[in-house]
Design a protein around this ligand. Structure first.
Ligand code: FES
Length: 99
């Protein structure tokens, strides 16, 4: 019998789950235990921090902008005026987006 331990950093949540080898394939279906934060910036975009995968309406992965590759933060347009949707290109400043 195996014992699985997992948790999230900073949350204080730690669990110990006794497992046998017949249940190991279930591990592949468990969500990653990383924290993602979405910050709504005043009069600006959504700042998404953490390990995320961005996909389009068909489920195909949207590649990260060249400047953001390797980083764990992306900035998504909230104003609807970006020329690089879904990413923010700072157009919100030009159009005077307020929210
Ligand atoms: S929020 Fe920045 S371009 Fe739309």
């Amino acid at each position: 019998m195996l014992e699985l331990s997992f948790g999230t950093v900073g949350s204080g949540l730690v669990r110990h789950v006794p497992m046998d080898s017949t249940r190991l394939p279930l591990l592949r279906t468990l969500p990653a235990m990383h924290e993602v934060t979405i910050k709504v910036r005043l009069d600006g975009p959504y700042k998404v921090s953490g390990p995320v995968k961005l996909v389009d309406h068909e489920g195909d992965e949207i590649p990260m902008p060249e400047d953001d590759k390797g980083r764990d933060t992306i900035v998504l347009c909230r104003c609807g005026h970006s020329a690089t949707k879904p990413f923010c290109d700072q157009s919100h400043k030009r159009v005077g987006f307020r929210s």
